[in-house]
Ligand binder design. Sequence first.
Ligand code: GLC
Length: 742
Amino acid sequence: MKKAILTIAAAIMTIAAMAQPKLTKDNIDDVINAMTLQEKASLLVGVRSSLVPGAAGYTCGIDRFGIPVTVLADGPAGLRIRPTREGDSKTYYATGMPIGTLLASSWDTDLVETVTKAIGEEVLEYGVDVLLAPGVNLHRNPLCGRNFEYFSEDPLLSGKMAAAYVRGIQSNGVGTSVKHFATNNQETNRLENNSIVSQRALRELYLKNFEIAIKEGKPWTVMSSYNKLNGNYTQQDYDLLTTILKKEWGFDGIVMTDWGNKEGTVKSAKAGNDLMEPGRQNEVDRIIAAVQDGSISKEELDRNVRNMLNYIIRTPKFNGYNFTNKPDLAAHAKVALKGAEESIVLLKNDNACLPLKGTEKVALYGVTSIDFVAGGTGSGEVNKAYVVNMEDALIKAGFTLDNTLADFNRTYVNYKKAENRLNHGWAQAKVKEIAVPLSAIHEQAAANDMAIYVLGRNAGEGADRNINGDFELTEAERDLIRDLSVEYHALGKKVVVVLNIGGVIETASWKGLVDAILLPWSPGQEGANAIANILTGKVSPSGKLPMTFPVKYQDHPSSLNFPYDWNLFHARGVKKDFEYTKYEEGIWVGYRHLATRGAEVSYPFGYGLSYTSFEYSTLAIKATADGFEATIAVTNKGSVAGKEVVQLYVSAPEGSLEKPACELKAFAKTKELKPGESQTLTLKVSNYELASFNEATSAWEAASGRYSIRFGSSVQDIRATAEFKLKKALSWPVNNVLSPER
Ligand code: GLC
């Protein structure tokens, strides 16, 4: 009898197990067949959890199949989670790394992988499965509030940086989310704004960087954006998310929404948006109702569920990784330092004013020298254990500071921050520059050997920048630069400006007044030490601009279609640039426009000085099976070691399409070259990468003829040229979708 009961029990267990198999990488179809409609719909919508306090979102767990909750957390400059937890004496700080724009300024994909490998270790060890990064949107216009998280005005540099970022993070066995797909190029009205973009500008600029990131980085996930593109919400656009992203580019991961709750859940699921974040019950209900009334087919439902399960089986959570909550923050701080050192851009250095001898007595000006901007605000902000400020960094590097001035700055900043907290409860508002009396500057110039002015700008999610007092200098900043240059130059002493900013500012009107300008952007928690190491010459600067610094804001054609006056919309209900933004400039963005028109710029794309100089020689071009290889020798002709970023620009034969004067098609950074040392670099370009997008034929087309190959130290500083002849025209047809007229 007992045996019989045991046999029956075993049989029931077996049937039960078959009815609810525990998920493995080999039985996904069995699990799908065993899931109820409620379970399937739930898997497509985020849930609330406190697994990792401060994480941005989660995916749904289903115990009976052994499906765990997985954890999604921000952000591009480092993991964003709460640094402390109730009743827990441990801390959960993450490392504040350089912002995306600074990483791009390194033009060094290996360096980016090193920095993001460290970030990925923190993602893994703090129990997170996907980092909601990198932010990849193109710098269409300098006033976009989130440009600090993004890389460049050029799609190739942006895409290559994004791919390297993804590889570094994912080398830890955790995922990334390439965002915000696509044309989320302004913060104003970002939830509803409709980007109206030509197919050519889309394909060549706004999708191209995502295409490179997807094909060369292979991210686990992509985050669709809040906005509309040519009339459809991107998260509900089948042509964008399935036709192009999944079918044309071969993306095999999951697409998640940005953090919202739009009515069109059903359209999103059908379009190929697999996951709704952060997730609400009414989204589950909408999916269930849609399956029941047939508007979502079983195939569509199971397709998205299968994508989710394929994602889940990759995660550390599913694979039972025992995270330690103890990443090596000390080691990562060193990576943060190196990441900044390799990326900081030297814009000006008259009469080799830099590097400074470390023993100099320095008058350190600017509220930002006390209130250092390590990164941007919003979801990209990292809860760091510390931020080194300029004062401490310069003292550590051996400088002696003018303490009276430092005390004055510190007292003022602390007072203003207290006032901000009192009046606005918002301690993050950037303290505006204070006017320094000329009499004080006159005395300080006599008492010190030189002046360093740290000019700062905050950058943040959720709002775009202004022109007055933001892109352009404030009156106090302008006056300070003028007075410093008059008083210090009268005594034959130098003035150095450090731009601790998150986005491009105006420089042409004042750069002639100072001796040196260093651009560290917002360089992370160790960034001030990196600045000091470059000022003393311990590190030779090797960064290059990933975008143009124009003479004035209006030199950008996109300035005719960009929201820079928030009050304009609220006051008069203006729809242009608010409800919709027409990308009328088409492909004419950044150097593509400025170089083609021969327009004067303040600092060109790809520009950056070193403490040494480089010579380019023996350029050779060799045809390959699907394009060409270009080799160039670079020699350090100066007296100190340094690295050079070599940029390869191509001028294509016009054919039927009007084309930019040149386009970046490859780049490489040398190792550190000692004086006299040479390195030969080989850069590969495929025929497909030479192609332009022809709307008339809905195809990428490489015209036959002579392509001018230009090796440059910037887009303007061409050092060597050659030719590549494409014997016959080539064409790569793609789906004719996403037209503005659709
Ligand atoms: C925000 C941002 C996105 C972020 C997400 C989660 O709205 O647009 O970049 O990853 O929400 O915080």
